[in-house]
Design a protein around this ligand. Structure first.
Ligand SMILES: CC(C)(COP(=O)(O)OP(=O)(O)OC[C@H]1O[C@@H](n2cnc3c(N)ncnc32)[C@H](O)[C@@H]1OP(=O)(O)O)[C@@H](O)C(=O)NCCC(=O)NCCS
Length: 138
């Protein structure tokens, strides 16, 4: 069974080894992934009760007043197309209710997916430093 949680209290890096960041040439390690989740203002995780692995996650970075950004939503390939991504997003949008701006970037092919979750299309800008794709070193 898939369980949803917004707490990282009982989550360790070993539970993040299922194979996230598909297609990233230089992905973050599980330890760095956990660090990024801990640095987020909000997270929702989908955990497989049978394996204790995290099989999906979404995080948000917010000022808690006006704005929130959702940098990452990912579901492990073996768990996709079962509604896990939509459930994570619904929970995150509910968590962020009351915040004026809730933004994310996505490929055009995914815009209908986010529209079904109540979001609107927009244009945006981005910068990427591929040298630090695996995470900033302190
Ligand atoms: C996008 C993603 C999170 C969806 O998670 P999921 O649990 O499979 O999603 P759901 O089961 O809630 O919904 C499935 C629907 O998502 C849509 N969808 C998923 N991936 C899609 C893609 N690459 N292009 C277009 N639509 C897509 C489809 O409408 C699909 O419905 P279908 O199965 O009837 O075709 C997942 O595919 C994923 O992790 N992809 C890789 C990372 C990524 O692209 N994240 C989004 C960053 S903006």
């Amino acid at each position: 069974m898939i369980r949803y949680t917004d707490s990282l209290d009982s989550i360790d890096a070993g539970q993040l080894t299922g194979g996230f960041f598909v297609g990233w040439p230089n992905p973050p390690s599980a330890e760095t992934h956990l660090r990024a989740l801990r640095g987020s203002s909000h997270v929702w995780l989908a955990v497989d009760d049978a394996t204790h692995l995290v099989v999906g996650f979404v995080n948000a970075i917010s000022d808690g007043v006006l704005a929130a950004y959702i940098p990452l939503l990912e579901v492990l390939p073996a768990y996709q197309r079962r509604g896990v991504g939509a459930e994570l997003m619904r929970r995150m949008l509910r968590t962020l209710a009351g915040i004026y701006m809730v933004d994310l970037l996505c490929d055009a092919e995914l815009q209908p997916y986010y529209e079904r979750l109540g979001m609107r299309r927009a244009t945006g800008m981005l910068a990427r430093n591929y040298a630090t794709q695996s995470g900033k070193v302190d």
